[in-house]
Design a protein around this ligand. Sequence first.
Ligand SMILES: [Mn+2]
Length: 376
Amino acid sequence: MRFIHISDLHIGKKLRDRSLEEDQQHILSEILRIVDEIDPDGVIIAGDVYDTSSPTVDSVRMLDWFLTELSGRDLDTFVIAGNHDSPEKLGFGNRIFEKNRLFISGVFSGTMDRHTLVRGDERVDVYLLPFIKPAHVRRMYPDEEIDDYTDAVASAIAHTEIEEGVPKIAVTHQFIVSDGDSPVTCDSESVFVGGTESVKASVFDGFDYVALGHIHKPQSIGRETVRYCGTPLKYSLSEKDHQKSVTIVDITADGVELSYEPLMPLRDMRQITGRLEDLIAYGRNDPGREDYIYVTLTEDAIDALSRLREVFPNTMNIDVVGTEGIKGVTEEVAVERMDMMELFSQFYELRTGAPLTDSQRKLVADLMDDDMGAIM
Ligand SMILES: [Mn+2]
């Protein structure tokens, strides 16, 4: 049987206050295109469906559209809540949706939810475990000793009725480690560094494939078949070199085979470095002008952000690195926070190479009091 494994959609996520709605709509359409191409029996969404527990109307509409599209195809869809999701909100209506082959595990029930897929002679069992903390499991089993995340997940598995002799998939959203091997993290996850939330991969030894969410870089942990499929989009600059993909899982009684289908975003995320004039000249012929661009200038320049945005409209940030090292971060947010005097004195210093003297500063302040008062 064949499954598509995706996770960490983070629907509604913004990049420095910029909506990614178009990008997310595009990448979900791409996933649907892949679904049509490879014709899976099931689609697994391993948590962090939304970016926040209070998704906007637009985000709810997008997920509604995506799940409706999936339900219109001949396949089962499995969804678990991640740490970003509200378990109750995501789990709303789940018993009703099961009639349309949509299985959502939102609120932790004390065990993993098991669903059986049968296609001809083949059978695969899918076990769903939403994101849990030790406290959630202690509440269910007060007499058990649950000291950490590994104990918590192990307890949830121990209380689940697991049928042997059937190929099994576990779907979970945790920080999985294996014999000193930890996943490579990036800047868009909210994970605790230090490993207090880590779950030993060995608790999943009984499962043929473990479909993980939580970590945003695609990677396997311990064995190839314990896998983070990663986010469908780059959600931070630290992910600029990731090749995002969906994981395709072919599972039979004989074993598991994995393959990966690359995901092509509407706009890529890139870092470019150089002098302002060179970057502008280069940008005029860059087919990826619309990409999310992080700029490192090798020398300071006046009005760099608005000039760069004429060629790269989605310039996200500018760092200036001079011979004296990193000089500072120029960014519109930073500019917005400055008052008029700060802005003018920086401008003056940039143009003349010298700061305002006290008497000049007073003169400017007086002028601003007079004229700005009239303007504003
Ligand atoms: Mn996530």
